[in-house]
Design a protein around this ligand. Structure first.
Ligand code: CA
Length: 227
């Protein structure tokens, strides 16, 4: 069955360009041109992935992302024409899974979409859940529970947690994390890692200011606690 992608972009030529390239690759594509409509569609008929432009009339992309994340962990790929770091970081901070800056090559965009969907839709079922302290990290379902309670994480937060937790005590520099968790085509900077770690801590730690799972090695990077 074709995977469904929802494009949210008011610039119709761009929306059509993206649609054309995704349909060519066998995706089922829906397009909408404003944020309110996007929220309605995500709720009524959840897609496998949302491509969300930052600049939208009315409810902008950041607000839409925030609203979607209140109820759904659907993967979100942000589009932005504003290449400054703040927007990139804010986008990820709100729970987007990745971003592409305009102008983008359709090929790169399709590659990103595939990479995100591969992580979600084709989980490595043979991988056993990772159990550390009261956390259970399940690569088969992309779920994390803490003391039996499910913790909703974005794909990136999950990937980062899994990467660190499967190597307890090993200090990872931000560059290593960018390479390993964000992947070969990612153009983000080290702050992207810091922001994702902060979001992750807010979700999994009892006291995010005094973390017990994902720890900082000052001047070096991050590591998962070693019991
Ligand atoms: Ca736009």
């Amino acid at each position: 069955m074709a995977q469904k992608v929802l494009i949210v972009e008011d610039e119709k030529p761009i929306a059509e360009l993206v649609r054309f390239n995704l349909e060519k690759e066998g995706f089922q594509v829906e397009t909408c041109y404003d944020g309110q409509e996007a929220l309605r569609r995500v709720q009524a008929d959840p897609p496998h992935l949302v491509i969300l432009d930052l600049m939208l009339p009315g409810l902008d992309g950041l607000a839409v992302c925030r609203e979607i994340r209140k109820a759904s962990q659907v993967p979100i790929l942000m589009l932005t024409a504003r290449a400054d770091e703040v927007d990139r970081v804010v986008g990820l901070e709100l729970g987007a899974d990745d971003y592409v800056t305009k102008p983008f090559s359709p090929r790169e965009l399709v590659a990103r979409v595939r990479a995100i969907l591969r992580r979600v839709a084709a989980p490595r079922a043979e991988e056993a859940p990772l159990r550390v302290a009261d956390l259970v990290i399940d690569p088969g379902t992309y779920e994390v529970t803490k003391a039996g309670r499910r913790i909703p994480l974005s794909v990136k937060e999950f990937d980062l947690l899994r990467f660190l937790a499967s190597r307890p005590g090993q200090i990872m520099t931000r560059q290593v994390l960018l390479d390993e968790v964000w992947g070969y085509q990612y153009f983000g900077d080290a702050r992207t890692v810091d922001v994702t770690v902060r979001r992750l801590r807010e979700k999994i730690e009892d006291d995010p200011a005094n973390p017990q799972y994902v720890l900082t090695k000052r001047g070096a990077g991050y590591y998962f606690r070693k019991d």
